[in-house]
Design a protein around this ligand. Sequence first.
Ligand SMILES: [Cu+2]
Length: 136
Amino acid sequence: MLCLLIYEVLNNIIAIIVISFVVVGTLWGVGNLINRPEESSIKNISGVLLIAQNNAFNKTNPDIHSTVNVPKKLVVVNKDFVRHDLVVDELKINTAYLSSEQDFTTAIASKEPGTFEYYCSLHPTTMQGKIIVNEK
Ligand SMILES: [Cu+2]
């Protein structure tokens, strides 16, 4: 008789545990459906790629245009055998030294319009150009 009672109790406990798992699992699944993780908005940010090669950025050190309060993604890649970096003093951009094949991602972001010089601190006379930030 006692044996049967223990058996019954054990069965109930197992049933409760199984039901708990099912309920928690279902809630988790429903929760994921309702609160879908937000997709990154980074894809909405237009970007610029600067390749440091032969002691120039993109061959011609082009002007980069940007807009006040609209961050623009900036990727710098070093395709030379010597080190380069990219610095914009007024916009607090500094990629640090990039070795061959290294890259660095940062952003051009300014609250003020203006023209700001970008340059490589190791080759400032040959690797320098302008970032032009326009009003909206
Ligand atoms: Cu350089």
